[in-house]
Design a protein around this ligand. Structure first.
Ligand code: GLY
Length: 595
């Protein structure tokens, strides 16, 4: 099997180009959002709705919240109604999802929040990704033979990264909230939902049976999510009293109450009891980072997305730059020609990801080079519009695990045009399945997003390199891609998605569906998606692509695999004084709603 090293001879020219561009352009610098008129005129966006549409977005004028779970969406809408801004609403949604969407919403995980402030026209990225504990070592996920130990990086206490969500949400509120609502007021709805209970229905009822293997392994989790020998059935009530108490403690004493004192000690004890190495000191030391987003353009629109330690924004822009050289609209939405070009543009981006991306505090990521138009032009030269290029050799039939309902994304826009694009996660659905006894907090397995060994794959089949090695305090490489699109300096689209390795390509296709194929937001979100991540060499296609198209793709040489649905791209669009919301129909119980 070929790892990054094996492709080095074929890639040398490309890698040299990236390095040259890095030297020429230097690392990405903070920039203001694009000023009107400074880009070529963006084509007219599609109408927000039309008579020919088969699916329609929700419309509102005073704000919009689109999330994967209806109760949490309504918490955000209530905050907007009380005069909170989009950041206040997003913080409240983040805490609420920890209760109502326990498979991905969390206090015990981490994520990324993009914040756009309408008054100053600035966009910043709040990085609240988990970190490796201080005692972490580069070889901690290798077995006695020096091979990756998947169980260690996904199932036990060693898999748990230091959680970032609580300090991340609190920091977003402190810096960017309206000042009209306290953190305690934003946490209160989540506490109520946890204490009074929520019905086991929709996505919760779908996800619990699938997670029984993880949750059932831990007595502290069984106490909450089980009734007798089985997970709570559809129609039961999920009551999370310990989680309610934890939320109340944070509300009363602030985020430090999660990272220091009794709660932190209980989390450290739970992790160590499960064989992990996290200490109370690791929790006390955790801090979110405020970062400058990564920026690009696509057909006159500005793309502003999450920088490293997520690979999402870099590779979203890299792929869009390649696609900009083709007339996708002429080929047509869902056509084999357009899908082929998208797949071919995805492959080199994922190959670059495996080599270049990691925590920017530990490795020099050539952001400017990877996101430059000249580099995209060189990538286009090796794309044949008629033939799929085989990726480097891969083991036949190597499966890519289905992990689509881990992680969750929500988008919020308020009446003033402030906006949040937030993706956060426990990594796997329900993380390692372990609730830290007495806290109600489910723990993540984000350490699996590090590369256990150069060339090894993580749970999403993603190949990782030296740049993403485990190191004390490092942040594992992510694919989360919370994104804004601006038109002529004005906020146009807020989007993002869960989906592991498929997050980047899901966000890509929402953007291409709107900007190239002129689908309205609901149609753009619902349209069938494809995904290629270089290795394994497989074109993954959702149900809904016609057999004729699949036959054409196979004839071009694509190893097509029709399979599981991908992502949950809960999005908001602003146009003509209206806000359009679309929650993703792939999951039950999603909701977009305005105040
Ligand atoms: N845990 C999935 C990601 O961060 O990409």
């Amino acid at each position: 099997m070929a790892g990054p090293g094996a492709r080095s001879s074929g890639m040398t020219l490309r890698l040299r180009l990236v390095l040259a561009l890095l030297v020429l352009t230097g690392p990405a610098r903070a920039q203001p959002d694009v000023t009107p008129g400074s880009l070529p005129a963006a084509p007219e966006p599609p109408p927000i709705q039309s008579d020919s549409a088969r699916l329609l977005p929700v419309l509102a004028t005073h704000g919009m919240v689109s999330s994967q779970e209806a109760l949490a969406t309504r918490v955000g809408v209530a905050v907007l109604k009380k005069g909170g801004n989009a950041i206040d609403a997003a913080v409240a949604v983040g805490f609420a999802l920890a209760v109502t969407l326990p498979r991905a919403g969390n206090l015990g995980g981490g994520g990324f929040m993009m914040v756009h402030r309408a008054a100053s026209k600035e966009t910043v990225a709040v990085d609240y990704r988990e970190t490796a504990p201080g005692a972490a070592t580069a070889d901690m996920f290798l077995d006695a033979k020096g091979e990756p130990d998947k169980a260690a990086s996904t199932r036990g206490g060693k898999a748990v990264g230091v959680p970032g969500t609580v300090r991340g949400l609190a920091e977003a509120h402190r810096r960017y909230g309206s000042g009209k609502l306290t953190l305690a007021e934003l946490i209160a709805p989540a506490e109520k939902l946890a204490r009074e209970g929520i019905p086991v229905e929709s996505g919760l009822a779908d996800s619990l049976p699938r997670a029984s293997g993880l949750l059932g392994a831990w007595p502290s989790s069984r106490k909450i999510f089980y009734q007798g020998d089985h997970v709570l059935p559809r129609g039961a009530t999920l009551i999370q009293t310990d989680l309610a108490d934890t939320l109340r403690t944070i509300a009363e004493r602030g985020p430090d109450a999660f990272y220091e004192g009794a709660i932190a000690q209980k989390i450290a004890d739970a992790v160590q009891g499960a064989g992990g190495i996290m200490t109370a000191a690791d929790l006390a030391a955790y801090r979110p980072e405020i970062r400058q987003p990564v920026r690009g353009t696509y057909r006159g629109y500005e793309i502003v997305s999450m920088p490293p330690p997520s690979s999402g924004g870099v590779h979203l822009i890299e792929i869009l730059n390649v696609l900009e050289g083709y007339d996708l609209a002429k080929l047509g939405a869902g056509s084999a020609g357009a899908l082929h070009l998208m797949a071919e543009a995805m492959k080199p981006a994922y190959a670059d990801r495996a080599t270049w991306l990691g925590d920017p505090s530990r490795t020099k990521v050539p952001v400017a080079g990877l996101t430059s138009k000249p580099y995209a032009a060189t990538l286009r030269q090796s794309i044949d519009p008629e033939r799929a290029r085989p990726a480097a050799e891969v083991k036949a039939g190597d499966p890519l695990p289905y992990e689509s309902d881990q992680t969750t994304h929500f988008s919020v826009v308020d009446a003033e045009g402030n906006a949040v694009s937030n993706t956060y996660t426990l990594n796997f659905s329900y993380g390692i399945g372990l609730v830290a006894e007495g806290t109600g907090v489910l723990l993540n397995n984000e350490m699996d997003d590090f590369s256990a060994k150069t060339g090894a794959r993580n749970a999403y089949g993603l190949v990782g390199g030296e740049a993403n090695a485990v190191a004390p305090g490092a942040r594992p490489l992510s694919s989360m891609t919370p994104t804004f699109v601006f038109r002529d300096g004005k906020l146009y689209l807020v989007t993002g998605s869960p989906g592991g390795s498929r997050i980047i390509t899901t966000v890509l296709q929402v953007i291409v569906n709107v900007l190239d194929f002129r689908l309205n937001l609901a149609e753009a979100v619902a349209a069938p998606r494809i995904h290629h991540q270089w290795q394994p060499d497989m074109l993954m296609v959702e149900e809904g692509v016609s057999p004729d198209t699949l036959a054409l793709l196979r004839a071009k040489g694509h190893p097509v695999k029709v399979g599981a649905s991908s992502g949950s791209a809960n999005s908001v669009m602003a146009e003509d004084g209206l806000l359009a919301g679309a929650s993703d129909p792939r999951q039950r119980g999603t909701l977009a709603e305005g105040p």
